[in-house]
Design a protein. Structure first.
Length: 744
């Protein structure tokens, strides 16, 4: 075990001057010049870089060795709060309902279905006469049970569906597929419309290069159709023979939509649409009505949509509306019209419009739900008789249901001070049932089926906490913090009811604040291990998110990015001023762009914080956004600015980039994580940051780097392996707050 921290050698690299500014980077050598190949095959990582990362991992293990027992206790607590043999609420699609479940002790999901007993016209269930298959004879409709009484087989020759006594059929066994692999993550998965085939995409090293595979559900055998270098998304066309999917270019950007016919050579797949602007990514989806395949080209502020008739997948895509800078729109379908969520026409918080399918251009858009400043429409679902939207006002969400016929609307909301709502979607278009989720920081997740006609709600599932959880033992609150410019920043707070709110408690403050992503006040079982040890847990809803509308997002991006950091610091100070903790007793936690948040905050106000958790942190901002060969850089320019073209953007980023602003001063205790095959925040960002901190800071507080050498942006893929990584960082926090010896 290492007895001293590794010291990364300084090897200055001077970059060509931009806008008269010349920058030198002592640790640029940590970026492997062959990084694209490393993403595909981590074994080719340059030897000196691997040696340094492994030395940092050894130092981490040496420093944190005294916490080994605590990590084990935390892991047991986390695992004890998980229902190990859990399953999702099945989603009905005609004669079948689809779901996933986990085995006791299993790490990966098992994708399943079971028959509903419903008959579906037109053979959608795979039977020639439309009778429900599964455990039914197609001639009589009677259940079929074999001699042993616990397995049955559909008698129809084209189905041959085998299931257990409960009717379950396993579509994909994640545990079996992952056996012997160090990393395994299922991304997209979808059954064909006739339910005879199942397709999925999988990543086997964390680099997000996905492989698309297909299985025949009658035989249970995988087909020869294997497509490499996918970006994860795909859809089935109505003929059940055609897949449309996106592929990645050499810079890891989804740039093309291809069409594949089952049984054909993937090398002959046809390019349906190619995006030539490196700043735009492609995605494919299908409307709720299943009428159209949607091809969406987008960056963070602009979108352009094309449609293909799902029944005619060979047809060329039809443009809905040409891209217009800073105009976004999402498209769905209802009857002879398209339903569109957009910010066009100055609708900062978005509006919902309709337009004819035959003439979809922007000039024909007519309001269905007009723009209301301060009420952000987050998303929407379209059903045959209903339009459902999720909106947010004053950092609280609500669901609004509209009757297509009468135009009458009603809302679904809850009474807690802070909570999370989500639309769960489904397969069926012609339904009165809406599925949604609800949780709060004290209340485990509830899955509801809501009858939009009768307005009755049924709880389909409540998240179980096997080791026990009583919401009455906890308190959740919402406070407001005044930022540097007077803006009120919402902060969601959780603590045990018996925790003294007198300034004595340690506090963990979480934040993100980028890309318009809001941080919901939702339930988490892992954070209870801190809260039950006397911590206060808080989430700062800072600018850069959309908690207070779209203006909350634009107020924390580009030239206004520093508002995000000021908001976070203001939240920390307000929590101390209101006696939830005191200054210097605060741990801050952020991941990815949230890592930028905590890194910048640690530079700006290190005296406020006792510890920093920076998971896969985006901290080398200036170098990354100046490198247009990296996967995300061109699409990121609308978020951060283009420092290659703009002197003002260069200077703005240079002023806050955490790596570039490390100074010779005291910093909090810091733990940073990285993933070797991470294409989003490349491994060298946290590695360079830690190397520079270690060489520059003046304190002797802990500084450790944990690099997962077998994973990417999301860390370990197995559910228990992820818990071990969380136990690592939580044990670090407890240790530096003097609570690491308490393993009870």
């Amino acid at each position: 075990m290492a007895s001293t921290p590794p010291v990364a050698p300084r090897q200055p690299t001077t970059y060509p001057a931009l806008h008269g500014r010349r920058r030198t980077d002592d640790y640029a050598w940590l970026k492997d010049e062959n990084w694209q190949q490393v993403m595909r095959d981590p074994a080719v990582l340059r030897a000196d870089i691997r040696e340094y990362l492994e030395a940092e991992n050894a130092w981490k293990e040496a420093v944190l060795a005294p916490d080994e027992a605590l990590r084990a206790v935390l892991f047991d607590e986390f695992r004890g709060r998980i229902k190990e043999d859990d399953s999702s609420v099945p989603a009905k699609d005609g004669a079948w309902e689809y779901y996933h479940r986990y085995r006791e002790g299993g790490q990966y999901p098992v994708m399943c279905r079971r028959p509903t007993g419903d008959a579906v016209p037109g053979g959608m269930d795979g039977g020639a006469d439309g009778a429900a298959c599964g455990l039914r004879d197609h001639a009589t409709g009677d259940a079929v049970v074999t001699g042993d009484g616990d397995r049955g087989t559909c008698g129809h020759a084209t189905c041959a569906t085998t299931a257990d006594a409960g009717g379950e059929q396993i579509l994909l066994d994640g545990d079996a597929e992952a056996e012997g692999k160090s990393y395994y993550r299922i991304a997209g998965r979808s059954h064909a419309w006739n339910h005879r085939r199942f397709a999925w995409t999988v990543d086997e090293n964390g680099s997000e290069f996905f492989t698309l595979r297909v299985k025949d559900l009658a035989t249970g055998k995988a087909l020869d159709d294997v497509i490499e270098r996918c970006s994860g998304g795909f859809v089935w066309a109505a003929d059940d023979e055609t897949l449309l999917y996106t592929v990645l270019d050499d810079n890891h950007r989804p740039c093309k939509v291809l069409r594949h016919r089952i049984g054909a050579d993937a090398a002959d797949d046809v390019v349906v649409y190619e995006e030539t602007d490196a700043g735009f990514f492609l995605n494919v989806a299908i409307t709720e009505s299943r009428r159209f395949v949607v091809i969406d080209a987008h960056d963070h502020v602009t979108s352009e949509v094309r449609l293909i008739d799902a029944a005619r997948p060979d047809n060329p895509p039809v443009l809905v509306a040409e891209r217009d800078p800073t105009t976004e729109y999402d498209v769905s379908h209802h009857g002879d019209r398209l339903i569109i969520l957009t910010n066009a026409g100055g609708a900062e918080d978005f509006r919902i419009v309709e337009t004819p399918v035959a003439s979809p251009g922007r000039e024909h858009w007519v309001d269905l739900v007009p723009h209301r400043p301060g009420v952000l429409i987050v998303g929407f679902d379209v059903y045959a008789r209903w339009l459902v939207r999720l909106e947010r006002e004053n950092a609280l969400p609500r669901i609004v249901v509209r009757d297509w016929t009468s135009g009458e609307e009603h809302a679904i909301a809850f009474e807690e001070e802070a909570y999370s709502l989500g639309l769960a979607g489904g397969y069926e278009f012609d339904t009165d049932t809406l599925r949604f989720t609800y949780s709060s920081m004290t209340t485990p997740e509830h899955v509801y089926d809501y009858d939009m006609r009768t307005r009755e709600r049924v709880v389909r599932k409540v998240q179980e906490v096997p080791s026990g959880h009583d919401p009455a033992d906890y308190v959740t609150r919402r406070i407001m913090a005044a930022s540097h410019d007077g803006e009120a920043v919402p902060v969601s707070v959780l603590h045990r009811a018996d925790t003294a709110i007198d300034g004595s408690a340690p506090l963990l403050l979480y934040g993100y604040g980028s890309y318009g992503m809001s941080m919901p006040a939702s339930f988490s079982t892992t954070r209870l291990s801190l809260v039950d040890r006397g911590f206060v847990y808080a989430v700062a809803h800072v600018r850069g998110g959309t908690e207070r509308g779209y203006a909350w997002y634009t107020g924390g991006k580009l030239a206004k990015k520093t508002n995000t950091f000021h908001d976070f610091i203001a939240a920390a100070r307000a929590l101390a001023d209101q006696d939830f903790t005191r200054r210097g007793r605060i741990a801050i936690h952020g991941g990815s762009a949230g890592g930028l948040l905590v890194g910048a905050s640690a530079n700006m106000a290190p005296e406020l914080f006792h510890a920093v958790i920076a998971e896969v942190p985006f901290v080398d901002v200036l170098n990354t956004i100046c490198d247009d060969t990296l996967p995300l850089t061109p699409p990121e320019w609308p978020e951060w600015g283009n420092p290659i073209r703009s002197e003002a953007a260069y200077d703005c980023i240079a002023a806050y980039s955490p790596y570039d602003n490390v100074e010779a001063k005291a910093y909090p205790h810091i733990i940073a994580t990285a993933g070797l095959t991470d294409p989003r925040v490349t491994y060298w960002e946290p590695a360079k940051w830690v190397a520079k901190l270690r060489a520059t800071k003046t304190d002797d507080r802990l500084l450790v780097l944990h690099t997962n050498m077998e994973a990417g942006h999301g860390g370990a893929a197995g559910r228990f392996d992820r818990l071990k990584e969380t136990a690592l960082v939580y044990a670090f926090v407890l240790r530096v707050f003097g609570r690491g010896v308490d393993t009870a």
